[in-house]
Design a protein. Structure first.
Length: 149
């Protein structure tokens, strides 16, 4: 079952359960998937990688918006963004802990023979492929920088 089909089923379940929070988050995911499909003309189904990227983008948007709302003292809007983020994250693969990411990056550094910051691009490329969907790009970048410094 594709992510889109799962989302449609979950939307129906949320409507029946009258779960407004979950419904709002699921509708955001559905809209983003439809938008991604229309951007790639003639595509009926998104690949799993493309679906994960769409979800990660939505989570990142919610986090950034939530931070701004919190700084401005808009707790009501922050809560809305946080709730939607929680719903969207349910459909992402389990995120690795910082320690698990560090282990993977240390292995990549050893495999590529990276010696310093000049090799950061090489390490980041391999890390992004290996950790796709399992870790946030910002976290990966921070760990790579600290490991190569």
């Amino acid at each position: 079952m594709s992510l889109e089909q799962k989302i449609n089923q979950d939307i129906k379940a949320a409507m029946i359960a009258k779960d407004a929070v979950r419904l709002r988050g699921l509708r955001a995911v559905k809209a983003a998937i439809l938008l991604a499909k229309t951007e790639k003309a003639g595509v009926d189904e998104l690949s799993e990688d493309a679906e994960i990227k769409v979800l990660q983008k939505l989570v990142k948007q919610r986090k950034e918006s939530g931070e701004i709302y919190k700084e401005q003292g808009r707790e009501d809007l922050f809560q809305t963004e946080f709730e939607e983020q929680q719903v969207i994250e349910e459909y992402l693969p389990k995120q690795l802990s910082r320690e698990e990411i560090e282990v993977v990056i240390k292995n990549i550094i050893a495999e590529t023979g990276a010696a310093g910051m000049k090799d950061m691009g090489k390490v980041m490329g391999a890390a992004n492929v290996q950790l796709a969907g399992k870790a946030d790009g910002k976290t990966i970048s921070e760990i790579v920088k600290s490991s190569l410094a």
